[in-house]
Design a protein around this ligand. Structure first.
Ligand SMILES: C[S@@+](CC[C@H](N)C(=O)[O-])C[C@H]1O[C@@H](n2cnc3c(N)ncnc32)[C@H](O)[C@@H]1O
Length: 248
């Protein structure tokens, strides 16, 4: 079981697999006023940077579930590196339908809401693991500006304009689910550059090391086209944020 190989190649050097920079992740942790011992569940935990740094900084107890074998192994190594391996565990597996044995104070899905079939479905899934008055964290893209055409939306990696909402609409959608938005931290264009541009050097190095790999042609094409795609589309049109929600 694994995610498509392209992500394991292009994001192999990422610690954070979204447009958040380390300072944004730290800002979010501080904004949540986490008490020591708080249990945090993270579905689609990537390389574990959120749980590992919050375990180090706030003494939380974390469980992460991720379908990438590579990212899950990197998360375990990061936990050892930061001296928090006794407080965080990383499970390699499909997080769809995953419910924690013990209720958690924070249940998160940061940049992987397809796991629950969209934002509303993921909130419903996370709620099953959440203690009363717990906080749900949803990391999700939104349109900074509405794409003028469907082709522009596709250039941003969306299937269609309707995949994402404008920020006021996304915030209203939480209201419609009877949730209070109690905190939010938004990424910016520099953060998008860290997420996207970091893939380019990784791809370049990978090509140097794997010139005869079956995947080399695809990686070569991506390395050529991705910088122009990013600056024309994602960087201009897509926003991204983490939204902290509590049931009313
Ligand atoms: C955009 S990344 C975000 C990772 C992490 N939350 C972060 O911010 O660094 C999406 C993650 O979801 C994971 N993923 C995709 N489908 C999954 C599934 N069905 N179950 C668990 N993890 C999944 C990928 O391996 C990847 O780590």
């Amino acid at each position: 079981m694994d995610i498509p190989r392209i992500f394991n190649v292009t994001e192999s050097a990422h610690r954070i697999h979204n447009p958040f920079t380390p300072d944004k992740l730290a800002t979010l942790g501080a904004a949540l006023r986490l008490e020591p011992g708080t249990r945090v569940l993270d579905l689609g935990s990537g390389s574990g940077e959120m749980l590992c740094t919050w375990a180090r900084d706030y003494d939380i107890i974390g469980t992460g579930v991720d379908m990438s074998r590579l990212f899950s192994d990197q998360a375990k190594r990061r936990a050892e590196e930061l001296g928090v391996a006794d407080r965080v565990e990383f499970i390699h597996g499909d997080a769809a339908g995953y419910v924690a044995d013990e209720k958690v104070g924070v249940a998160a899905c940061v940049g992987a809401t397809w796991i629950g079939g969209g934002v509303a479905g993921t909130i419903a899934l996370l709620t099953k693991s959440l203690s009363s008055n717990g906080i749900i964290l949803i990391g999700e893209p939104y349109w900074r500006q509405l794409p003028p055409t469907e082709d522009v939306a596709k250039g941003c990696g969306a299937r269609s304009i309707s995949d994402f909402l404008l920020l006021p609409e996304l915030v209203a959608s939480f209201d419609n689910l009877n949730l209070d938005l109690v905190e939010m931290v938004l990424a910016n264009q520099d953060g998008w550059d860290r997420y996207e541009a970091a893939k380019w050097l990784t791809m370049r190095r990978w090509l140097e090391e794997n010139p005869d790999d079956d995947f080399a042609k695809e990686i070569r094409e991506r390395l050529t086209s991705e910088p122009r795609r990013h600056v024309a589309y994602t960087r201009e049109y897509l926003g991204w944020g983490v939204f902290a929600l509590m049931a009313r």
